[in-house]
Design a protein around this ligand. Sequence first.
Ligand SMILES: [Zn+2]
Length: 525
Amino acid sequence: MQGAYFAIGTNAAVTAYNAQGEDGSFTEVTVENNDPLTRLATELKQEQGAPWYYADFSAVRKDSNWGKLLSQTWSMTSLNVGVSILNTGRIVPEKAYDGMIVFDTVRRYFEYKGYDVNYVSNFTDVDDKIIKKAIEEGVSSDEISKRYIAECKKDMEGMNVKPATTHPLATEEIGGMIEMIGALIEKGYAYEKNGTVYFRTRKFPDYGKLSHKNLDDLRSGERSLLVTGEDEKEDPLDFVLWKPKKEGEPSWESPWSDGRPGWHIECSEMSKKYLGEQIDIHAGGEDLVFPHHENEIAQSEAANGKEFAKYWMHNAFLNIDNRKMSKSLGNFRTVREISEQFDLQVLRFFMLSAHYRSPLNFSADLMDASKTGLERIINAADHLKFLTGNAKAEKMTEEEADAYAKTEEYVKAFETAMEDDFNTADAVAAVFDLVKYSNTTANADSSREYLENLRSLLTKLTDVLGLIVERKEEMLDADIEKLIEERQAARKAKDFARADEIRGELLKKGIILKDTREGVQWKRA
Ligand SMILES: [Zn+2]
């Protein structure tokens, strides 16, 4: 049976719903056992075999209104300790990092609601792709991964993605991974063959619970799972936890061989170390559901004897001109390439204009429309700032107080949207309504207090979306030309760091450079 399940209630009374109706209507399900909520979730999951979700914790936190939150993908119970989020992060620069924007917004919303968020986003700084690239360029894989991470952080800044609480690096956690692999061997969940350690998939009966695959289905397709060199596995379904090094690869000592960990184990180890044995939300791209996240569950739950993540959030792919983004189609877009044409704030706004679970189509036309939309919000904030500077009266009149009280409606609409499985598209619509209201009620006769209230409310809501509404200081043409000249000189002197820095500086001020055969062209974003 398809469909999601969620529960609404307090610790005293819980009502469970089956959110199956296409029209959005919910069928009530009678639930006897209402305490604790997690048990309800588990029971629903077992009974219905469908993803479960949600509980309202208003009894625990009076200020929260979790009524409709998470109708589809996740769970959360450890309220008082805050929210822990793990975002699987591969640092492949060709990837558009689209999940980063979405999950940064999720984090910002929790913070807005007063939660302490422990957000961990790991960087895989050793994997086949990095090693391949290093060999191609004849440099160390360390050099490649450092470059990728630096680029990723630069893009994050451009997209106004907050740095995570912790950004662990795989290569700095190898000791912990070896320990975890050792524990899995001891418990019988893993075994070693000629220096390679495999996870014994069949020993973990829940395997496939996230991706809704069962072992027998997987078995029928097992031939394709047989990889050359891995034929020493006990079972084709087993996956690698540790592998011996090949010539020219970075390696670490271990009880089994000099080698390196498989990719999946790093997330299990890092999330345990930085977030504990159980995390609230595990986020990532939908392409990671199987096998990566499935394998993480198997490793973590086998090692810790606890449910790994209470809620899973997977974002859909970004499409380019209605086709799935892929290198083979030649339409792969990096954030870097996009940043050469558009302000990354526009990219962020564009991404949030759709629900994170629906595939989004990237096209220049839609980006232009997003630019106009974002501009409308910035104009409103800017206008309020201008009016504030010229306001004659200080305090709000009674009428203004009433008018300001009406904005509560937009805040409510915004929160309702965000608590409906992070419907950012509707949240953006609520911001537009507030903009319209501000444009029609604020004028040269408004008091400073009224104008400031409106502006700070607008800023508060847009900040949850990670949008900066402060207008960038306009740079004079002459100043831009001067910096471009300096950049050219730096490049000539092979001071690429300085050249990059200047480019970044200009980008921050909304100036986009394009290197062409005829020289450097620039435009305002
Ligand atoms: Zn992961």
